[in-house]
Design a binder for this molecule. Structure first.
Ligand code: V47
Length: 361
């Protein structure tokens, strides 16, 4: 193996990886350039097994997308709709409560709640939503509202991000999902989502949450107009923030789905790119405990292989996912616990059902 790594020009990176030293942006560039996909996987797997052994995590969760009404209407998104348009919807608190009640007989550990940036839902809509979910299912962990939504909720209500987060936490918020990060590059944001919260502001909300003891995840949407350098800069910004706060639990590279979006002329990144993204994330983000291969976006087969390329988590049972499926995602809407465990088993890993904070259940 060492001979093959030398031949591929990856010996110095190998030495860093086995000794637990940090790779840098230049190393990441070299890893992107390599044609030796299996060697890249080998390197990422060393870091993966050092951190998480042979375990592969999943969670029994439920997704709720409370509204698709959005004032940002990003070019890459097929989910968001203008207020008043035919396909726009917003769920009432009662409807959200019914969604929770409908599945009370299932051993759900987490409700994942995200939506568009609605122009005028009142502050109490969000706090009441959390309280209602908790009243129906007291033990549940609510992972809700991306950093972009938190900043928007605060702005509409005229409150600080800190006050908003602490009110949401008092109402039942457990942690924050990783969405809305996209690619931090101002060039990409200017072209695809000019009205969206900036990269530094996204990181600012995450830092405030971490300071308050609220954990969060981080994502990167890849495979559209971003360059490799912009991807690496995004990952480096996350690594720096994590050095400061240690509040991120997991990183999820999100594979862009072009259908029904303003970028429908683009094609999907493909399996090789998906695996490279997972592996390089694992190697660069040495301070992130977990890397998630989100099966809904990658498809179960690539997600399964990703478990040998750095990923140690497949997300969960999901059900009723809208963001990927509106953009042409062809994966099923849900997987049973047995299906996920089988997928992990057949990858030679040990399935571990977890809660949101990665405690085994
Ligand atoms: O922020 C939007 C992305 C995100 C498309 O934290 C798209 O554990 C692909 O962040 N093709 C929302 N992606 C989903 C998300 C997420 C999912 C699962 C787990 C977690 C977690 C977070 O989806 C958005 C945006 O970056 N997105 N449109 C699209 N066409």
């Amino acid at each position: 193996m060492e001979k093959a790594l030398k031949h591929a020009g990856l010996s110095s990176i190998y030495e860093k990886v086995v000794s637990g030293a940090r790779i840098d942006a230049e190393d990441a560039r070299r890893l992107y350039d390599t044609r030796h996909l299996a060697l890249l996987g080998y390197l990422a797997n060393i870091a993966r097994e050092r951190l998480n052994g042979n375990k592969a995590y999943y969670i029994y969760n439920q997704h709720i997308n409370y509204s698709n009404v959005c004032i940002n209407l990003c070019k890459f998104c097929a989910f968001g709709k203008e207020k008043g348009s035919q396909a726009a919807y917003e769920m009432t608190i009662d409807e959200i409560g019914s969604k929770i009640t409908e599945r009370l007989d299932e051993p759900i550990k987490e409700v994942h709640v995200v939506g568009g940036l609605h122009p005028d839902l009142p502050y109490e809509y969000y706090t009441q939503m959390l309280k209602t979910i908790k009243a129906i299912r007291p033990g549940i962990h609510i992972q809700a509202f991306t950093c972009v939504e938190v900043a928007h909720i605060a702005k509409v209500a005229g409150k600080s991000v800190e006050k908003t987060l602490s009110d949401l936490a008092s109402a039942g918020l457990g942690s924050i999902p990783g969405g809305g990060a996209e690619v931090f590059s101002p060039r990409v944001r200017e072209r695809l989502c000019p009205d969206k919260l900036s990269g530094p502001a996204w990181l600012g909300v995450a830092k405030t949450a971490h300071k308050l003891g609220i954990k969060s995840n981080a994502t990167m949407l890849y495979g559209h107009i971003e360059t490799i350098d912009e991807r690496i800069e995004h990952l480096m910004a996350l690594r720096e923030t994590q050095d400061e706060t240690n509040g991120f639990m997991c990183f999820i590279p999100l594979a862009f789905h072009p259908k029904n979006t303003g970028l429908s002329g683009l094609s999907s990144a493909g399996g090789v790119e998906d695996l490279k993204m997972i592996a390089i994330s694992r190697l660069l983000l040495d301070n992130f405990p977990h890397i998630k291969a989100y099966w809904v976006m990658l498809g179960p087969k690539v997600a399964q292989i990703a478990l040998s390329f750095g990923a140690d988590d497949l997300d969960g049972t999901v059900m009723e996912e809208k963001i990927t499926h509106m953009a042409g995602g062809e994966t099923s809407q849900a997987m049973t616990r047995e299906e996920i465990e089988d997928l992990i088993d057949r990858a030679g890993r040990v399935p571990v059902e977890r809660d949101t904070l990665y405690q085994p259940v």
